[in-house]
Design a protein around this ligand. Structure first.
Ligand code: SF4
Length: 463
């Protein structure tokens, strides 16, 4: 799948300058999400939960072959059909073959970042299959014809008024309708499609090896409908989503909800093990689970990046990231944005393809503190930066600046002179005309510095 990652700096600059509404909407929404997460973490011994979850995930990832085999056997014993997809193209082919086999004309989808990753919707649409996103945020974005900009809240970059205007045009709601009315209008628009859909497609939050259980967390009830009303349910699952036992799932359901939305648990948890076994049972006639690699095995083999595979896709690191809050996810140019995107994308796509995302961070460490599975994102970013430097992938300006800084820092006389010059120039406006520093200073209000350098002040204090 072609990405727009290369254009990250230009796109971020454009959003910041020309679309202040995005920054306003994203910052407001992420702060609200994060406050809920903090309150929810404060109700439990969050550190103990995080360490437990990290341990379970590490154990699972180091025995992944065993748990995948166990999950496959359990799912098949439950009556589900298991498929393996090495890459995005294979995953799409499997879905298309299933759609053809069942003469599918209408598909309802639950929110799934993996289906975005494998570019599934365009493939279905090319085959003249109608695909309807049923998560409210995804439904809104489908009407806007835009991709999601946040793992959890795909439409958080949109303001209420933008959604009102859209719904007035498409669903004939009042121009001042409140959010509940808008949600109700979406529900009514979707209800018929749930009934006539032949196939429901979802992702999975977890797959439990012990029982062959696909677990899905949600708050709207749309996934429950998409997995139970159509004749065929297809769950598209990344191979890193495994958990060994049902008792592990009990803890992960709670921790994921707390990290994502601050809830003790999601409003709906669907546990799917296979198709309806008897005519009088509810549920689909067929359940298919597609286990997708698409670069995950390469990430697992990487000395450092493998830790990113613990990710639960809760979005907590995006919510707390000062860089993400400025632009939202579209600037990043790929499905996974924000801190987790900046460490996962180089692993999935290759470092060359994912440049300059490892540099899109202030390394403040807030993402690590928020992460329910303690992914050391700042450390992974530094590793990717080191690899980028060694591979000559960092921009020449940055390499020249670092070489200049290193040259200066190892010559005390030069360092002192540069410090003095810098403290005189900063605050005069001249910094904006300096090469390299000018672009950095353009969008920032520089504080007026002390006329005396730190060394001068230090010496005066000692004397
Ligand atoms: S890296 Fe951690 S905080 Fe970020 S989405 Fe993944 S699990 Fe959540």
């Amino acid at each position: 799948m072609p990405t727009g990652i290369r254009d990250y700096p230009a796109r971020a600059r454009e959003i910041i300058r020309k679309d202040p509404l995005v920054r306003e909407s994203v910052t407001g929404a992420t702060i609200a999400f994060d406050e809920k997460r903090r309150r929810s973490y404060a109700e439990i011994d969050a550190e103990a939960w995080r360490r437990w979850a990290e341990g379970v995930k590490n154990h699972t990832l180091t025995h992944l072959d065993r748990y995948l085999t166990e999950a496959e056997a359990r799912l098949e014993a439950n009556g589900a059909e298991v498929h393996w997809a090495e890459d995005a193209a294979e995953a799409r082919e499997i879905v298309m073959e299933l759609a053809q086999r069942h003469s599918v004309r209408d598909v309802v989808k639950g929110k799934s970042m993996l289906t975005e990753e494998i570019d599934l919707n365009p493939a279905l649409e090319r085959a003249r299959i109608d695909v309807l996103e049923t998560d409210l945020g995804e439904f809104i974005l489908q009407l806007f014809n835009e991709p999601p900009s946040h793992i959890l809240g795909p439409a958080i970059h949109k303001s209420l008024q933008q959604v009102r205007n859209l719904f007035t045009e498409v669903l004939r709601t009042d121009s001042d309708a409140d959010p509940d009315t808008l949600a109700q209008a979406a529900r009514e628009a979707l209800s018929d499609v749930f009934i006539r859909a032949d196939m429901g497609i979802t992702g999975a939050n977890f797959l439990v090896a012990e029982t062959g259980t696909v677990a899905l967390i949600e708050n709207e009830g749309n996934i429950r409908l998409a997995t139970s009303l159509p004749r065929v349910h297809v769950a598209i699952v990344g191979i890193e989503k495994l958990l060994p036992r049902m008792t592990d799932l009990a803890g992960f359901l709670q921790l994921t909800a707390r990290a994502a939305t601050g809830q003790p648990i999601g409003c709906f948890v669907s546990l799917i093990q296979g198709p309806a076994l008897h005519p009088e049972d509810d549920g689909p006639e067929e359940v298919h689970v597609i286990l997708v690699d698409n670069g995950r095995t390469d990430v697992l083999a990487h000395e450092h990046a493998w830790e990113a595979l613990r990710c639960l896709r809760c979005g907590a690191c995006l919510n707390v990231c000062p860089v993400y809050r400025q632009t939202g996810g579209h600037a990043y140019g790929y499905v996974y944005s924000g801190p987790i995107g900046s460490v996962l994308d180089p692993g999935l796509l290759g470092l060359h393809e994912a440049m300059p995302l490892p540099f899109a961070s202030s390394l403040c460490g807030a993402c690590f503190d928020a992460c329910p599975v303690r992914i050391p994102i700042p450390e992974l970013l530094l590793e990717w930066r080191r690899e980028a430097q060694e591979a000559g992938l960092t921009p020449w300006k940055e390499r020249a600046a670092l070489a200049g800084l290193a040259g200066m820092a190892t010559r005390p006389g030069l360092y002192r002179a540069a410090g003095k010059l810098g403290s005189r120039l900063a605050g005069t406006g001249m910094a904006r005309s300096l090469p390299m520093l000018g672009a950095w200073a353009e969008d920032r209000a520089l504080p007026k510095p002390s006329r005396r350098t730190f060394r001068e002040l230090w010496r005066a204090g000692i004397e």
